[in-house]
Design a protein around this ligand. Structure first.
Ligand SMILES: C[S@@+](CC[C@H](N)C(=O)[O-])C[C@H]1O[C@@H](n2cnc3c(N)ncnc32)[C@H](O)[C@@H]1O
Length: 380
């Protein structure tokens, strides 16, 4: 994950309003959202259905009133629905919620559909609250027993934790919590349809309509060398979406072999080149990976062994040391050698002769915003 400000700066520097920005490894949809917020078109693809669901909600943002209406409609239907049985819900999921809460969650899981943009937006809201820790004041921020809201620990671990700590799942009103969360987002009066998200493998040929769009900028962070199992640590959210974590992980790039990783990146760069505007730019954010005692500069390998031999132009590399005390890196504390510490941003063009525009005047004083983020635990 990289901070949204990072994508925002490059989008403002390297594209004009209405230009298309594309992220083939869209994750939570940070790049696509920043593009939309900057008046560009945001396109995102990912091979993980969870990433697709999160990105979709960031490029097609419904009006506040439409979300409210749909939640009211769903709640009314829930009140007189016969679809209340939760007997098909797996035991691993059942242990996380109170019976009343689970009935609401399971109803939404079956009722929310992928059509239009209001249901996908509510789906993304629900995904963000399926598991969450309790605030220090005791109020619950999510639907489940107290769990980290970033990654879900393995079912066996959670089961033991619940038993050892005698945790009781809270009885929460899911509809009310979704309404409150939606209100916090300050949604627009009219829907913003700012781009598109799809489920796609970045190593396969790019879809034809993307070639017609011709993005001006690809800003992306490819997976590293087997650092994170995105499916495994999102098994609760994937259940909500109707997917099996194990099968999702099988579709994602996860190899400890540098040769295989570079072969993958070769295909990815070929796909990007086939769609990019001829005057376009590619930003690849790639972290260093620790291999035993060795620190592997993966970005340099991608440049030297993949992009350079294919005739790409290297504008420069920006090095950023990530704060290791952050929320996500703390989660990986049992495995410190594998967390990323140094990120490198490779700024490339697939063809020579493309020059960089003048760097814009940017207000670097983001401190008040960062302080606000720290104070609210990232909820702004
Ligand atoms: C480093 S993360 C991107 C994080 C993103 N920038 C964010 O801020 O959330 C890498 C992403 O690549 C996706 N991925 C892995 N293999 C893929 C493949 N073959 N094609 C497309 N996406 C893939 C993963 O699901 C994950 O979302």
């Amino acid at each position: 994950m990289f901070p949204p400000q990072m994508a925002s700066v490059f989008i403002r520097w390297l594209t004009e309003p209405d230009d298309a920005v594309y992220d083939p490894f869209s994750g939570r949809g940070t790049v696509a959202l920043e593009a939309v917020l900057q008046g560009r078109q945001g396109f995102g693809a990912d091979a993980n259905p969870l990433a697709h669901a999160l990105t979709r909600a960031k490029v097609k943002i419904p009006a506040a009133s439409a979300v409210d209406e749909r939640l009211n409609e769903l709640e009314a239907e829930f009140a007189c629905s016969a679809l209340l049985s939760t007997s098909s819900v797996p035991e691993d999921i059942r242990m996380l919620y109170s019976p009343a809460t689970l009935r609401q969650i399971n109803f939404l899981r079956e009722k929310l559909n992928g059509r239009g943009y209001v249901d996908p937006f509510i789906t993304a809201l629900a995904l963000g609250m399926l598991h969450a820790n309790h605030s220090s004041g005791g109020a619950t921020r999510g639907f489940s027993i107290s769990m980290p809201n970033t990654f879900a620990m393995a079912p066996g671990y959670v089961r033991k934790y619940i038993r050892d700590h005698e945790l009781e799942a809270p009885d929460v009103d899911v509809f009310e919590m979704l309404r409150t969360r939606a209100a916090q987002y300050d949604l627009p009066e009219k829907a913003i349809i700012g781009g598109r998200s799809w489920l796609g493998d970045a190593a396969k040929p790019a879809p034809e309509d993307l070639k017609a769009i011709r993005p001006k900028l690809v800003f992306t962070s490819p997976p590293y060398l087997q650092v994170i199992k995105y499916g495994k640590y999102n098994w609760v959210r994937l259940w909500f979406l109707g997917h099996e974590a194990r099968k999702v992980d099988q579709r994602l790039m996860a190899s400890g072999s540098l040769a295989r990783y570079l072969a993958f990146m070769k295909k990815v760069l070929e796909g990007i080149k086939s769609t990019l505007d001829t005057g376009g730019y590619v930003c690849l954010v790639i972290g260093d990976v620790r291999r035993g005692e060795e620190q592997l500069n993966l970005a340099e390998h991608v440049w030297e062994k993949v992009a350079k031999p294919a005739g790409w132009h290297h504008h420069g590399t920006i090095v950023d040391a990530l704060p290791t005390g952050g929320k996500v890196s703390r989660i990986w504390k049992e495995n410190p050698g594998r967390a990323t510490k140094t990120d490198r941003l490779l700024l490339l063009s697939p063809w020579p002769g493309v020059s960089l525009p003048t760097f814009p005047n940017i207000d670097w004083d983001l401190t008040p915003k960062l302080q606000k983020i720290a104070a609210t635990g990232g909820a702004v």
